[in-house]
Ligand binder design. Structure first.
Ligand code: HEC
Length: 237
């Protein structure tokens, strides 16, 4: 085979491998948990939508708690500017116009600039903003106990653990917002809290640990994912 023929062959095979692995990854990807799901510029509803409506409890509340209801910001104790964004009842009290995201202050501030921008570090992904918009446009209802699709046997770090941490924890546990001096923004720091038992202890609300995430609890299936991942060695997989 001529050298240019063989190198073209290598290129083609590489492209094929990349293409196929992309397809496999997108198939096993849990779209219900991925706050970074690509939306191709179209409005997306990356949250759990068992009845066609986005589930407030599992897909929207965790975003408000992790990104807004941080200590000193919009938690029950501080309620800065009168916004307590730690529960359904208090979230819908101010700044939400059910059925109309674009006229809802709590949605509009996500796109502000300068000191009006929320969260101040601009940390919400496009998909998280879309989840909030979808929830408001669908009437800002308190949809709970949703039969969200969750497969406890899928527990890799990349597809399950990291997206769960991003959804429910990282807003309060990252450089610049290190509550309890706990950093969950990257694998090696997460691993430290696996090793000292505090990650599992806090999400299982075990005695001796501060219950996490603050003010709510992950679903049983989500907690089982963490347990399965830890029992399998808490790999960076
Ligand atoms: C709204 C903010 C907030 C969110 C969201 C949050 N935490 Fe925390 N976390 C805190 C604060 C504040 C502390 C310190 C509590 C204390 O020391 O009383 C803390 C402490 C911890 C600790 C140390 C607990 C201990 O007993 O040693 C761990 C581990 C932890 N969080 C993990 C998590 C995990 C995992 C999640 C997501 C499932 C999460 N946190 C979500 C605010 C938050």
């Amino acid at each position: 085979m001529k050298w240019w023929l063989s190198s073209r062959h290598v290129l083609q095979s590489t492209a094929l491998i990349i293409l196929t692995s992309g397809i496999i990854v997108s198939c096993v990807h849990d779209p219900f948990l991925d706050p970074n799901a690509l939306n191709d510029g179209k409005p997306s509803i990356p949250g759990c939508t068992p009845s066609g409506q986005i589930c407030f409890e599992s897909s929207v509340l965790p975003i408000f708690i992790s990104a807004c209801a941080r200590p000193g910001c919009h938690d029950a104790a501080s309620h800065t500017d009168g916004y307590n964004l730690s529960s359904y009842a208090t979230i819908v009290r101010k700044g939400i116009k059910p059925g109309n995201a674009s006229e809802s202050k709590l949605y509009k501030v996500l796109f502000e600039s300068g000191e009006d921008r929320m969260p101040p570090d601009g940390s919400l992904t496009a998909a998280q903003k879309d989840s909030i918009a979808a929830w408001i446009n669908q009437g800002a209802k308190n949809i709970t106990n949703c039969a969200c699709s969750c497969d406890a046997n899928e527990f890799t770090y990349a597809l399950s653990i990291e997206p769960l941490l991003n959804k429910a924890c990282v807003g309060c546990h990252k450089p610049g917002s290190l509550n309890g001096n706990v950093n969950l923004a990257d694998y090696s720091h997460v691993k430290n809290h696996v090793n000292d038992g505090s990650l599992l202890g806090s999400i299982k609300h075990s005695s001796g640990f501060v219950p996490m995430p603050q003010g709510t609890k992950l679903s049983d299936c989500e907690i089982t994912k963490f347990e399965n991942w830890i029992n399998a060695g808490a790999l960076n997989n």
